[in-house]
Design a protein around this ligand. Structure first.
Ligand SMILES: Cc1cc2nc3c(=O)[nH]c(=O)nc-3n(C[C@H](O)[C@H](O)[C@H](O)COP(=O)(O)OP(=O)(O)OC[C@H]3O[C@@H](n4cnc5c(N)ncnc54)[C@H](O)[C@@H]3O)c2cc1C
Length: 292
């Protein structure tokens, strides 16, 4: 289907984009890579009168380290995140996650800002438990660094125009010491979206105790969730594959997976447990290899 008719606006600065959003409000939508917005417009799920293309605004595509944090500009593409040597060294979870998004064309065009703002419950980045807490919700991610958007509210796939104030950045810590990360994903072949995705981070102390364990799941609920039961089960202990396998059984606690054409809720629960075991085992092995 063709989208309803609309006008394209091309701001050259963040301020200009913000002014346009203020002026056109509910009638406007930000366009970044277009890999989610254009299909939504073609299906007429959204019918903006104005589409504000932000791809010509300079300075929104970057990956850099500042004060122990890794900062990623909203217009940074999945492919740039996958290839970044800084991320591969300091927090490889995002790179591995990006490498499993869609196909090459999607990764070349799609942006982290667009993905987080779109808030698809099966998207890959939101499950990453290493990302900084305050930056995990899309509405926070899109708040402009200079001019903040307030009182925003998102629900999956339907971010309100006021939730798109300004493209900003995503943030994750630069990891230090003995750490390992892994992302496991069961894909729906037709789209490459996650049926279930599990991201894991393990940090070991000098004597090999698990100092920090983080597990994030995507595709298993309306929003990405942390497997806190699994984390509690492992933190402060000397890890082994047996211990991880037992703890992973708690990955399906408290989740409400959907049943749809891709998988039943029960299958998703089982895959959440199985992929948690795989992701944690891989992360643990990687962390062990970095011990002195
Ligand atoms: C065939 C196909 C396969 C895919 N497979 C996967 C997959 O496996 N995993 C996965 O996670 N994703 C997948 N995607 C989605 C893909 O990652 C999209 O690129 C991403 O969801 C949206 O990024 P975008 O830059 O294209 O955003 P757009 O489509 O341009 O915008 C998406 C939404 O975000 C808003 N927006 C965009 N940028 C900003 C910003 N900076 N600030 C505020 N609001 C903003 C827009 O107004 C719109 O509502 C797939 C897409 C396709 C077409």
């Amino acid at each position: 289907m063709y989208p309803a008719s609309f006008e394209v606006l091309i701001p050259r600065s963040l301020d200009e984009a913000l002014d346009m959003l203020e002026k056109y409000g509910e009638n406007a939508k930000v366009l970044a890579g277009g890999h989610s917005l254009i299909p939504m417009m073609r299906l007429r799920l959204v019918k903006p009168a104005y589409v504000i293309y932000i791809g010509r605004i300079p300075g929104l595509s970057y990956i850099r380290e500042e004060g122990g944090e890794l900062r990623i500009g909203a217009l940074t593409t999945h492919n740039e995140i996958e290839e970044s040597s800084l991320l591969k060294e300091k927090n490889p979870l995002l790179s591995e996650t990006a490498s499993k998004i869609g196909d090459l064309q999607v990764r070349n065009m799609g942006t982290i800002g667009g993905s987080l703002a779109h808030a698809d419950p099966a998207a890959d980045y939101p499950g990453d438990p290493s990302r900084s807490r305050g930056q995990r919700r899309p509405q926070e991610q899109v708040g402009g660094e200079g001019r903040q958007a307030r009182g925003l509210h998102n629900r999956p796939l339907h971010n309100r125009p006021q939730a798109q104030r300004a493209p900003s950045r995503d943030q994750a810590p630069a990891l230090t010491g003995s750490f390992g990360t892994a992302y496991e994903k069961l894909v729906f072949r037709a789209s490459d979206f996650a049926i279930v995705g599990v991201a894991a981070l393990v940090q070991l102390s000098g004597d090999g105790t698990a100092e920090k364990v983080r597990v994030g799941l995507t595709g298993v609920d309306e929003k990405p969730v942390r497997a806190r039961g699994v984390e509690e089960e492992l933190e402060g202990k000397k890890l082994s594959e047996d211990l991880i396998a037992r703890a992973a059984e708690r990955a399906s606690e408290g989740i409400n997976p959907p049943t749809d054409i891709r998988a039943s809720a029960e299958y998703r629960r089982r895959m959440a447990r199985a992929l948690t075991k795989q992701a944690l085992t891989r992360a643990f092995k990687r962390a062990s290899r970095t011990q002195g």
